[in-house]
Write a protein that binds this ligand. Structure first.
Ligand SMILES: NC(=O)c1ccc[n+]([C@@H]2O[C@H](COP(=O)([O-])OP(=O)(O)OC[C@H]3O[C@@H](n4cnc5c(N)ncnc54)[C@H](OP(=O)(O)O)[C@@H]3O)[C@@H](O)[C@H]2O)c1
Length: 236
């Protein structure tokens, strides 16, 4: 179902595989005025999740004028060239790396919420969505490993649930949701794709289409949940 015209969407992480595809599809739909931000690369605004002042500045930059209908946070960190990689055992845990993974995956989206939830529309449906991961589900953890990433996404899921409760008092039509995108062919998953196989791997465009369908279909009573790319709720 097409969204009403005249709406405003903000994407965080447009330089990423999924964030880029979500931005392109929102623009293509013509349903939204889309403002897309990233840390690196071009964008309508720039921010670093580890620098709250850059998020506050972004809110001032894009928040003036019309209220926002849709915020989509597509940022995240699993591995990085400076030595961050998912742990196979507790022996690999490193406080600095763990803190950085939490800063990007849990604290960063929280700061976006702090500065952007107040800018959401209060008089009709408004959606605040962030990419999480199924591995952040405590109930679903059967394999172990990936301690920092899993725990940071579990924290994100809890924070989103908490925001959902708080925001519903301001706007009963609001929806706050965490999303699991599936395994998607991006830089984030590339070193870990072998276990999935080509059949289980989404192109970023397929993933973006699926996630936008899910967010378009969510109802206020779904707020606070974690949903898969197929729209199925995932237990915390
Ligand atoms: N791909 C998958 O299979 C998969 C599976 C489950 C969950 N997810 C989740 O989906 C989300 C998007 O992943 P992706 O696959 O699209 O990864 P990606 O292509 O690596 O994109 C990650 C994005 O996060 C941004 N980012 C990282 N650190 C940042 C910081 N400090 N400040 C601002 N932006 C920062 C990156 O910006 P720069 O370009 O500036 O680095 C980039 O835009 C993540 O939350 C990930 O955990 C992905």
């Amino acid at each position: 179902m097409a969204e009403d015209p005249g709406k405003r969407a903000i994407v965080f992480g447009a330089s990423g595989g999924i964030g880029g595809a979500v931005t392109a599809q929102l623009r293509q739909s013509g349903d939204y005025e889309v403002l897309a931000g990233s840390r690196s690369g071009s964008g309508d605004f720039h921010f670093d999740l580890t620098d709250e002042s850059s998020i506050a500045r972004s809110a001032q930059q894009v928040g003036s004028g019309k209220p926002i209908d849709f915020v989509f946070i597509a940022t995240g960190l699993l591995h990085r060239d400076d030595g961050i990689s998912p742990e196979k055992s507790w022996r690999a845990l490193d406080a600095t790396n763990m803190s950085e993974v939490f800063a990007v995956n849990a604290v960063g989206p929280t700061l976006v919420a702090k500065h952007f939830l107040p800018l959401l529309r209060r008089d009709r449906r408004a959606v605040f969505a962030a990419l999480s991961a199924r591995v952040g589900s405590i109930a679903d953890n059967r394999l172990g490993g990936w301690h920092s990433y899993r725990a940071s996404k579990a924290a994100l899921n809890m924070l989103m649930k908490t925001f959902a409760i708080e925001l519903s008092r301001r706007n009963p039509q609001s929806i706050v949701t965490a999303l699991h995108p599936g395994t998607v062919d991006t830089g984030l998953s590339r070193p870990f794709q072998r276990s999935v196989g080509a059949a289980g791997l989404f192109a970023p465009e397929e993933c973006a289409a699926a996630l936008l369908k899910v967010t378009a279909g969510l109802k206020p009573e779904d707020s606070g949940g974690l949903f898969g790319w197929d729209g199925v709720p995932i237990p915390f």
